[in-house]
Design a protein around this ligand. Structure first.
Ligand SMILES: C[S@@+](CC[C@H](N)C(=O)[O-])C[C@H]1O[C@@H](n2cnc3c(N)ncnc32)[C@H](O)[C@@H]1O
Length: 427
């Protein structure tokens, strides 16, 4: 691919396009980018490229002659090539990835004409220009920024410019979707951790998560693009259903708060427990699948001032039990160890009502546990969860908890006592 950029400011364009990835590709001869000074083709003594507009008005218009002579010079060097002359103009068709693909596929030579001042003489456009491309519905002082954008986006599609085709086929706009979120080291930054699926090493799961995020993001950020998608692919249609189901979940519109539970709250707590049991069963997690946790256990928690309810406005939408009493079964931790012997609080017995899952309430619940712990004068929180309770594990990791090893809880006969142990040192 050869690109000639007709400009009054070749140094500006060269400085950008001969750097970094495109610059390296040019050095290797994979692409060729030339900036041609229009002023070199004037036929007047002053090297004047513009003049006042006929009919009056502000500013100057670039004259057709230097433009045509400049173009002829380029054409003389590129005979036999499949060329396209493009005027960068706010009146052109808005540029997009599909246009970049078309230009790369259909031509091996592009001439990008950069106007300046009030623009260029209309007769040059009529006589010499194949198409007009705009960077968007706004006006720039010159066509250079637009030409650089077109040259960059076309060149990166040329084989050999990027390391692999996948570098651009997975990116935003390639197939009508935006790209999924990206993360790099460290795994935890400012208390925010990388989604667990990305560090689990399961490539199929990563691919599914990414595709789902692509659909979800496009839906949220670019409804205009989303409208054009057809979802004929079965897997995509399934992902869309999942996203739509999630979207139906309650939005948090009222203030969130938490308070100590009273005996009157126990029936609502038991409703949420029943919800949670159903969900755990559905996900084949052998946790809370017997009688536990019972209303009697919660009554004891209330009596100990250790049970809290989460409120969305007036509604109780979750609960948590936080205690500063040490948990004896945490003493025998295997496959790892706690990072500190300091006094700690434990978050036990916790759940969020089904209609609030995925709404951000669970994240709030963890923050409440941290707050309660601090109010107890303790800056160290421990929690355990079933090894198959992936949503809880993800919540904990995303909330800055670290997996420390495995423990055994005193479970009902016939039920799995193995739990994963997590901890967080609070700031
Ligand atoms: C100030 S503009 C001229 C605008 C022109 N008088 C009009 O209203 O259509 C000067 C030059 O900048 C370039 N330019 C400005 N906005 C652009 C855009 N959105 N996309 C591409 N090129 C643009 C064009 O090459 C144009 O000739």
């Amino acid at each position: 691919m050869r690109i000639d950029i007709m400009t009054l400011f070749p140094d500006t364009v060269n400085a950008v396009l001969h750097e970094s990835i495109i610059g390296r590709a040019a050095k290797k001869g994979i692409v060729e980018i030339n900036c041609v000074q229009i002023r070199d083709f004037t036929e007047n003594k002053q090297n004047q490229v513009d003049d006042y507009p006929y009919g009056g008005g502000w500013g100057c218009v670039m004259m057709a002659q230097p433009l045509k002579s400049c173009l002829d010079h380029i054409k003389a060097q590129t005979q036999g090539r499949k060329s396209r002359v493009i005027y960068m103009s706010p009146q052109g068709k808005p540029f997009n990835q599909a246009t970049a693909k078309r230009l790369k596929n259909d031509y091996d030579h592009l001439v990008l004409v950069c106007g300046h001042y009030e623009g260029i003489d209309e007769r040059f456009i009529e006589l010499c220009v194949d198409e007009e491309i705009s960077l968007g519905d706004f006006v720039l002082t010159g066509g250079e920024i637009a030409a650089m954008a077109v040259a960059d986006s076309v060149c990166r599609l040329v084989p050999g410019v990027l390391a692999d085709e996948q570098c651009y086929t997975g990116e935003s706009h390639w197939d009508g979707l935006l790209e999924y979120p990206q993360y790099t080291r460290p795994e935890c930054w400012e208390g925010k951790t990388v989604p667990e699926v990305l560090i689990g090493g399961d490539h199929a799961k990563v691919a599914r998560w990414r595709r789902k995020k692509q659909i979800e993001r496009t839906m949220e950020k670019r409804p205009d693009m989303f409208e054009k998608l057809s979802f004929e692919d079965k897997e995509d249609a399934k992902l869309l259903k999942e996203i739509q189901k999630q979207a139906k979940r309650k939005k948090l519109t009222e203030p969130l708060s938490y308070r100590q539970a009273t005996m009157k709250d126990i029936p609502r707590v038991m409703e949420i427990v029943a919800d949670a049991k159903r969900s755990l069963k559905k996900h084949r997690v052998d946790q809370w699948q017997g009688d536990y946790p019972t209303a009697a256990a919660f009554e004891q928690d209330v009596a100990n001032n250790e049970l809290y309810v989460l409120c969305h406005g007036e509604d109780i939408v979750g609960f948590l039990m936080v205690t500063a009493r040490p948990e004896p079964c945490y003493d025998d931790i295997t496959d790892g160890k706690w990072s500190s012997d300091a006094p700690y609080c434990v978050m036990h017995r916790t759940a969020v009502a089904a209609e609030y899952r995925g709404s951000g309430m669970a994240e709030y619940l963890v923050r409440c546990a941290e707050d309660i712990s601090r109010k107890n004068g303790v800056r160290y929180l421990r929690v355990d969860t079933h090894r198959k309770n992936k949503p809880m594990q993800q919540l904990l990791r995303e909330s800055g908890f670290r997996y420390r090893g495995n423990i055994l809880v005193s479970s009902e006969p016939g039920h799995d006592p193995a739990r994963q142990a997590y901890e967080k040192i609070l700031k």
